[in-house]
Structures are given as structure tokens and as C-alpha cells.
Design a protein around this ligand. Sequence first.
Ligand code: MF3
Ligand code: CO
Ligand code: CO
Length: 247
Amino acid sequence: MVYIKSESEIELMRESGRIVKETLDFVGKNIHAGMTTKEVDELVYRYITSCGATPSSLGYGGFPASACVSVNEVVVHGIPSDRVIADGDIVSVDITAEKNGYNGDAARTFLIGNVSEEKRRLVKVTEECFFKAIEGLQAGVPLYDIGYAVQTHAEKNGYGVVRALVGHGIGRDMHEDPSVPNYGRKGTGMRLKAGMTICIEPMINMGTWKVNFSDDGWTVTTADGLPAAHYENTVLIKEDGVEILTL
Ligand code: MF3
Ligand code: CO
Ligand code: CO
């Protein structure tokens, strides 16, 4: 069931989106080599709660933290731990915050210190995948055009597109219909409608698209151990374009 948000619901989603964006900016200013991924989570918890919002990930399906913190070969859903972030790492931080009953969800991949040229390129192309996906996006566009755009750009650059995890609708729940894959055939899928709010979140691997699921129940890693990047925003579909709620 796809929910179309009213203007007053959209106003609340703008506020949650703004909090998520500010939290990620705060993380970006403070994340550094030598810190543990648990300390990153503490920054996230502190910032979100100081805004009068709730970190939706905390306790979601049993997830034990406010942020997913995924280093190098960890694609997504890294559980904050005593792992120390090192110079040259790329660290994806994915957070969801709820305020007044509505969620915002976004992720960034941060470059820590002296990062290799090939990892920098992966992070850059992953961000580009998102922006390719929103080019020309508006009401009436078929849903899988999003995945087509992401996949085309990623594969053109020699990268693997994660299939096992997808973007999603968002609103009162962190995950609503529809699923928003990062792969797909142009011109297929439901037609987007104004008032839909969706998360577009390319998860791009330097090597194979294949991933492994850890027996901790959460951590997703690349099957070949090569690095992965993640970039996500919450996007409102409008008649004549999109509004990015987390930028
Ligand atoms: N923020 C993630 C997403 O983009 C989901 C978080 S999983 C959780 O869909 F367990 F941390 F909540
Ligand atoms: Co997310
Ligand atoms: Co998401």
C-alpha cells in the first residue's frame, strides 16, 4: 500500500528530513581516524535526541543502535562496535530519525584522512548514481527508471550494484511501499505519484554485486571483500520534479 502524503504530512517530513541532514553534517564534522564506530553512534544519538526526535533504528527489528556505521567492505547495517576507524577508511553512516510521527532517512559515505584514489572514485560515483536517478524524476515516471539510472551509471564505471537490499517508501514507518531497487528495466514499474515520499539509496560495490549476510543478523559485507559505498536521501515526488528532504 503506497501512501500519498498530504501537505501537512509533507511539512512534518521536511522537519524530520532536516534533522537527519543536520545530524549527518554534525557527524561529518566530527568523524575521524582513531574513533570507534560506537563513538560515531553516540554522536548520532546525542544530536537526534537534542532535536527532540527519536532515532528510529534503535530497537528496529532488534537493531541495537541509532546509526548503521559501515566501514570499507561493510555495505550497510554495520553495528556500531569497538572497531576503530583508520586513516584511509571509507565509512558509511545511515540514520533515520522520527519526529511528530514521521521519518527521515539518509546516508553518507565519509572519507577518513588519506583515502586512495580508487575508493574516492567509488564514493563519488555512488553519489552521482543518486543524482542520475533524480534527473527528470517527477509524477508519472515509472518506478524502475530509478534503478535503471543507478545501475547504468554504476556498471558503466565497472562497479557492482547490490541487489539484496533496496530503497523504499517512507513516512509514518521507516519502511513503506514501494520497494525502490537500484537496478531495473526502463519504462517498467508503477508510475510515481505526487505526494509519494521515497528513499533512493544506491549501494555500490567496487567489485562484485554479491554480498554476504553476517550471522550477527545485520552486517552486510561484499562477497569479495572489496569496499562498498552508500548514499541515500529521502525524496518527495512532485508534479514537476522532486524535493530532496534530507539535503
Ligand atoms: N536506514 C536504513 C534504510 O535505509 C535502515 C536501518 S536498519 C536498522 O533503510 F536496523 F538500523 F534500523
Ligand atoms: Co537509511
Ligand atoms: Co533507507
